[in-house]
Design a binder for this molecule. Structure first.
Ligand SMILES: Nc1ncnc2c1ncn2[C@@H]1O[C@H](COP(=O)(O)OP(=O)(O)OP(=O)(O)O)[C@@H](O)[C@H]1O
Ligand code: SF4
Ligand SMILES: [Mg+2]
Length: 443
């Protein structure tokens, strides 16, 4: 990657006056239908909490990165900012240069269409974003035809100007071409030309380089940075690729299961990550292939179900440093037992599995877990053996008590604490390990 340009946006706390768009307590939940049988039985479908209480502001002139694993809600947040998915709760406010302040989440469809001339999205797959039957001239000029009713020489001049700006020149070579005639990088340049042609203020770029060859990625990112400065743009840059985020972003928001768990200046996030999830992501930066950007070394690599997120801190089942109040619950006992059986297969599994009986009851998140077993003493001994196998397993920090209650074995967990984002040394972090600096100031 080339060196980062020397014109970073300011990185202190965001105030409403320098924000171009803001999310306030934003929630976007999707109702899932459930199976036909479940509906027949009158069971309600599940709800996926794609965005679950996000507060974030994009400053004028900055590149704000949204980084996280698949399913963390990056695209949904980007789409909600554009009004492409409705907010279930909370709001989005756009502070437009020409439009004044508008609450995006309250706009009707006609106003939303108008707003999208000010905020545009660039998608991952430039091939899918361009109509194969339109020439590049038609595709790039299309927004001007639809929104500004331009035609003829004026339209062509604007299209040529956009092509020049994105480096597709000499323009005569590209005007009559079809998407199939262009390389991936050229197609993404055309998509960017179409996105800037209405002179927007905000671009939301969703993995804009991840489908491109390594050799052209840096060039497209550099183009985006140049256009930002020339056209006074602000970007939301969505990616799971930390290397490109480091290169292009002024600030980075790390997302996990629909929430921002850490946000701050890009340099600070990379130099001194606070949240255990950010640390795990950074440790997994592969050299040199950013496509393999997955936190592979996280314990229990599964991302939890966003329809029924873990209690307390959603990251606790994977967190290597979780403490007693992080949200331990019944499902964690099931995971503990299953992991033990993965490590000790064969005869041990059959005997122990029979002893602990039905684990289905543990799937409902509860602060106590009951194993309705006949052999309570054997089950207690099994749990003690599992603990002895790995006494540092964070799960045990969450257990407040284990007893034979006469009908089986009951585990009680500590009360959970769901940490909100709080200031910590120049960033904001949602983790109980970082005391709220504002509390210290009060005392
Ligand atoms: N239209 C939808 N209907 C139902 N669930 C959805 C819808 N869109 C997103 N989701 C769910 O919302 C959650 C967040 O999805 P989203 O696409 O925003 O994640 P992402 O961070 O962009 O992931 P990726 O890196 O894979 O693109 C996921 O659990 C996803 O399955
Ligand atoms: S609150 Fe912090 S320590 Fe606890 S599980 Fe979450 S990230 Fe880990
Ligand atoms: Mg996405």
């Amino acid at each position: 990657m080339p060196t980062k340009p020397e014109t970073p946006a300011p990185t202190g706390p965001v105030t409403s006056t320098d924000a171009v768009v803001e999310a306030h307590d934003l929630e976007v939940h999707f109702a899932l239908q459930g199976s036909a049988l479940a509906r027949l039985l009158g069971r309600r479908g599940r709800t996926v909490k794609a965005i679950d209480g996000v507060n974030v502001a994009l400053r004028r002139g900055e590149v704000l990165g949204l980084v996280g694993e698949s399913g963390s809600g990056k695209t949904t947040l980007g789409r909600a900012i554009l009004g492409l998915v409705p907010a279930t709760a909370g709001s989005i406010t756009y502070h437009g240069r020409d439009r004044g302040d508008v609450v995006v989440s309250e706009l009707g469809s006609r106003d939303l269409r108008a707003l999208r001339t000010s905020m545009q999205m660039v998608f991952q797959d430039p091939g899918a974003a361009l109509n194969p039957g339109m020439t590049i001239e038609e595709a790039i000029g299309h927004p001007l035809v639809i929104h500004r009713k331009l035609k003829g020489a004026e339209l062509r001049t604007r299209v040529c100007d956009a092509l020049e700006r994105v480096g597709l020149s000499p323009v005569e070579r590209y005007l009559g071409k079809y998407p199939a005639d262009l390389s991936g990088g050229q197609k993404q340049r055309a998509v960017i030309a179409r996105a800037i042609i209405l002179e927007p203020e905000v671009l939301i770029a969703d993995e804009p380089v991840s489908m491109l060859d390594m050799s052209v990625r840096a060039k497209i990112l550099q183009l985006m940075l140049d256009l930002k400065d020339q056209l006074d743009l602000s970007y939301v840059y969505i990616t799971h690729d930390l290397a490109s985020a480091k290169y292009i972003c002024d600030r980075i928001a790390i997302m996990y299961l629909g929430r921002i768990v850490e946000i701050g200046p890009s340099d600070e996030i990379f130099a001194n990550p606070r949240h255990p999830y950010t640390k795990a992501l950074l440790k997994a930066i592969p050299e040199p292939d950013p496509d393999r950007m997955l936190p592979r070394d996280l314990p229990r690599g599964e991302i939890p179900d966003a329809a029924v997120p873990p209690l307390g801190c959603s990251f606790h089942p994977r967190c290597p440093v979780a403490v007693q109040e992080c949200g331990w619950e019944s499902r964690d006992l099931r995971t503990l037992l299953e992991e033990h059986w993965t490590r000790n297969p064969g005869a041990t599994y059959d005997a122990e599995r029979d002893m602990v009986g039905d684990l289905g009851k543990l799937d409902k998140p509860e602060l106590s877990a009951h194993l309705g077993v006949t052999d309570s003493q054997g089950t207690l001994a099994l749990l003690n053996r599992i603990r002895a196998e790995n006494p540092d397993e964070p799960f045990w920090r969450g257990v407040a008590g284990i007893e034979d209650d006469g009908n089986g074995v009951r585990l009680e967990f500590h009360q959970p604490h769901d940490p909100a984002l709080r200031p910590a040394g120049g960033v904001e972090v949602a983790c109980v390990l970082y005391p709220d600096e504002r509390e210290n100031e009060k005392t």
